[in-house]
Write a protein that binds this ligand. Structure first.
Ligand SMILES: *Cc1c(COP(=O)(O)O)cnc(C)c1O
Length: 444
């Protein structure tokens, strides 16, 4: 499979280049050259396939023989070694729990798949590979867990000081070994800007083998498409379109859903749910895209003011160069399949309460934003069954969830034991140069 840049369809790269470079030199994002529907035989077999097996079949379909089949199968089965159960709230509303991995968020799928794919292509290299990643909360924890002690690979995580939860911070600052944290006195967008600068810095890239692990890396999106098929399978939908509601920040999850749909999954509709950082819902309503600085909310993993995967979404609807001007047909095409809703913290808190009261289910603030959006959409589409992607375990946002519910909630063992570990992080400002110097001092 070849990958092209969202800025230039003629700029092509193979799989290894796309995953190690992260970003094409023209500052676009890599996209798979072809997205063919899976054969009918796949959908016939789907009800009988395990989650890992369907993941393997989807990957093989997408990547062809870029990775030898036996290696690919082992890699996917190793990455997808925990379930994604669909929980029924009522006849029309379901929750797809994506938090059964090591860091208790959906990003484990992407991180585990990417680390194993990079490990596969990195074999035989004697210079270390440095993964540089910006996180608004959960990416860092998933990447840290996914790459922990991977031979030949170092991980440097930039996170916004004071803007991630205590447990999120522990996940990225307490592992040690090949995992390093930089605590940036700024926002997630500042962290992301530093990472982007590093990748565009040709001088630095000559000295250090850099790679990304954000949702900008195409290898993260591939396994995120698996669970759309898995939810469809568990619902026994068999051709009956399902609506997926995706609590979104950088829109990697939603983009992965679009990939699944292009590979033939019968999706009735996508619902893009955001907190007050609502540039995409606003675009879907008005046709105007206005990125702006993010504002802090209780669903902090979605506090993104300039979503990185938006360029991919536009590209899937025929848009090529940069972000403006946007053609009306791109907007119209997207609007037909995707509807956006945004909610403030007060509404989100109310929804966390409501889901507990009505269904006895503890939902996290991100999932709660999804619950609100699906419920609103179904007011006008009552016949379509919906699945909310529950992107993280509620205990990752324990202080807020306990305050909202007025009681203690259960913390899974793998998270609870982190609470007592010691944080190790290097403080940084929002400027690029000091980060560059830190990298050079460490890796040259
Ligand atoms: C990362 C994250 C999101 C946002 O996902 P995107 O793919 O960036 O849209 C939502 N919820 C949680 C809990 C997350 O960690």
């Amino acid at each position: 499979m070849q990958f092209y840049s969202t800025n230039d369809p003629n700029h092509k790269a193979d799989l290894a280049t796309a995953i190690f470079r992260g970003l094409p030199a023209d500052n676009g994002l890599y996209m798979p050259e072809r997205l063919d529907p899976l054969p009918d035989s796949f959908f016939k077999e789907l009800p009988y396939m395990s989650f890992a097996e369907l993941g393997f079949q989807v990957t093989k379909h997408l990547l062809g023989d870029d990775v030898p089949e036996d290696d690919l199968k082992a890699l996917v089965y190793d990455a997808v070694n925990f379930p994604a159960p669909v929980i029924k709230l009522d006849d029309q509303r379901h929750v797809l729990e994506l938090f059964h991995g090591p860091s208790l968020a959906f990003k484990d799928f992407g991180a585990r798949f990417m680390s194993r794919l990079m490990g596969h292509f990195n074999k035989g290299n004697d210079k270390e590979l440095v993964i540089l990643v910006a996180t608004s909360g959960d990416t860092g924890g998933a990447v840290a867990a996914g790459f922990y002690k991977t031979p030949g690979i170092e991980v440097v995580i930039l996170y916004p000081k004071g803007k991630v939860s205590l447990l999120q911070e522990k996940q990225l600052t307490t592992l040690g070994h090949n995992i390093h944290a930089l605590e940036v006195d700024g926002t997630f967008d500042d962290c992301q800007a530093i990472v982007k600068k590093a990748f565009l810095d040709q001088e630095l890239r000559k000295e250090i083998r850099l790679s990304s692990a954000n949702s900008i890396n195409i290898s993260r999106l591939i396994p995120q498409s698996f669970y759309y098929f898995e939810a469809y399978k568990q619902l026994g939908a068999e051709g009956d379109p399902v609506a997926f509601c995706i609590p979104s920040g950088n829109f990697g999850n939603l983009t992965a859903g679009l990939l699944a749909q292009r590979m033939g999954l019968p999706v009735g509709h996508f619902i893009a749910a955001t907190n007050q950082n609502d540039v995409v819902p606003e675009f879907l309503k008005t046709g105007t895209y206005t990125p702006r600085p993010s504002v802090a909310t209780i669903s902090n993993a979605m506090d993104v003011g300039a979503p990185s995967n938006f360029a991919r979404m536009l590209n899937l609807y025929g848009h090529v160069n940069g972000l403006n001007p946007l053609s009306p047909t791109t907007h119209a095409g997207m609007k037909e399949l995707i509807t956006g809703y945004a909610y403030d913290d007060a509404a989100t808190e109310q929804a966390v309460k409501e889901v507990e009261d009505k269904f006895g289910y503890v939902i996290d603030p991100h999932g709660a934003v999804g619950y609100l959006a699906l419920t609103e959409w179904q007011e006008t589409h009552p016949a379509t069954r919906g699945v909310i992607l529950e992107t993280a375990h509620p205990s990752k946002f324990k202080p807020d969830v306990e305050r909202i519910l007025g009681r203690k909630i259960e913390v899974p063992e793998r998270l609870a034991e982190m609470e007592h570990r010691e944080k190790v992080a290097t403080p940084m400002g929002t400027a690029y140069e000091p980060v560059k110097e830190w990298l050079r001092a460490k890796y040259l």
